[in-house]
Design a protein around this ligand. Sequence first.
Ligand code: NJP
Length: 231
Amino acid sequence: TDQVAIVTGASRGIGKAIALLLALQGAKVVSVARSAEELEELNAKTQGLAIPADVADADDAQNVVDETLSRFGRLDILVCNAGVGSFNLLENVEAAEWDRIFDVNVKGTFLMCKAVVPHLKAQKKGHIVGIASDVSKRTFEHGTVYGASKYAQDAMLGSLRKELRPYGVKVSTIYPGMVDTYFNDSHPGSPELEKTHLKPSDIAQAVRYVLEAPPHVVVDELMIHPLTQEW
Ligand code: NJP
């Protein structure tokens, strides 16, 4: 396809796998994250556009969409994947930590959607894919901040799905279980983690699946776990 796709959080982990797979399928991929060097390395492979940006910054988010449109003249897909983790007992969570997590996971998703929605509505076509979490649907100890942020992100995307349906614009939400990435300062690639976690490419395949649904079909929600994960 010649579709244009913005992927946030593309510098590593799940977002990088999504960017690579969409590029392999012929999409023009706009890779977004704060780490400029990693984005350039990725863009050497995807041959799209790399835009260093903080999704939690309203001007940055709008600029990503403006630059995409001026470079490619179109915009079909937004993958809201950028996200950060933090796990602690409620009493040990600092207010600043609460803000950091909500700024990226909730406000970042909101700002990116806000920047693309007028365009998708006007063209009466397009697809927003949100990478939420299985903890968007269940609570757990040490999940005060992260879990709350993922519930909020999920609720926002659910509302947006209903707002955009009359315009023919799709919103799909993917809920991964444990994935072997750099999430929360972890180090992917060890044989141990490979046994217990999904691979970033597993989530990329899920994104591909929801994007390939025929025009009359929208995959609203898709939850994916490693077979070994108890949840
Ligand atoms: O994490 P990681 P994942 N502006 O740390 C970017 C969800 N999830 O791939 O800015 C722009 O390897 C960051 O780039 P940089 C999770 O909640 C995961 O696992 O350069 N980008 C990097 O590219 C999240 O929504 C698991 O630091 C920002 C990327 O985000 C999504 O999967 C389980 C940014 C994070 O890469 C991807 O996370 C689950 C900002 N302000 C849900 N802040 C799991 N791994 O187990 C961060 O249920 N990024």
